[in-house]
Design a protein around this ligand. Sequence first.
Ligand code: NAD
Length: 261
Amino acid sequence: MPGRLNGKVALITGAGSGIGLEASFLFAKEGCKVVCADINEQAGQATATKINADIGANSAAFVRVDVGKEADIAAAVAFAEKTFGKLHIVFNNAGIMHPADDNAETTEEKIWDLTMQINVKGVWWGCKHAIPALRRAGGGSIINTASFVAVRGAATPQLAYTTSKGAVLAMTRELAVIHARENIRFNALCPGPIRTPLLMDFLNTEEKKQRRLVHVPMGRFGEAIEQANAALFLASDESSFCTGTDFMVDGGLSAAYVTPE
Ligand code: NAD
């Protein structure tokens, strides 16, 4: 059976944990060469090592990247092309949700700036440096991780995070339109609440978890693999007519008014 990403090369940021970790494995299983990028050297390297052991030697390589630094992203794109010849897919997935991120009056400027640096500038630089590489490869797919919070307000505020994810949606849409005739597709993945360290560290009591789950029609948190499956579709040629979408993978959250009992 040919893999759904046979012959492709992908760069995935935040590959050491959660959605990026699952996507790295899934993409490699589907025949893709994967560059696993993460600021956490140990975690990112572990993903690449395990892929090479479980799926096949030379399926993955690690590169240390802080997406908040443009030079790191430029170097990661160059590394991907040098290591695997070309680059067809970039999954700009790394992001942070800072524990001190709160409402308009209480969020400190340094938390605001850090969130924008990683979640917005990181995605911009990921796109900026991917575009010429994808052009050299004859086209490709860029997936930017936004969030359902970009389209729904919450009375449990994380204003900088929410604002950053709204920016990712708007940026992705405009880039999709600009590059549509170059065979470079851009789509935003909008996960609902997912059972990964990012959210579970924050919702650290049963009460906090239930406060969220009442709003999810499916009545459960999503799994990282469910996001990875959506990213696989957007990365593959199966989504060849999809560009500029806000791809909601949220258990129905953004569609709901009153959820089932
Ligand atoms: P996670 O915390 O499990 O993993 C994030 C990974 O990104 C970690 O390995 C971390 O080391 C890495 N990372 C953090 N800062 C980085 C930086 N500056 N440079 C490079 N790597 C960095 O998180 P996750 O839940 O898998 O989240 C992935 C993406 O999905 C994020 O953009 C997040 O905002 C988004 N998202 C998550 C949820 C959720 O409920 N978990 C919901 C909506 C959107």
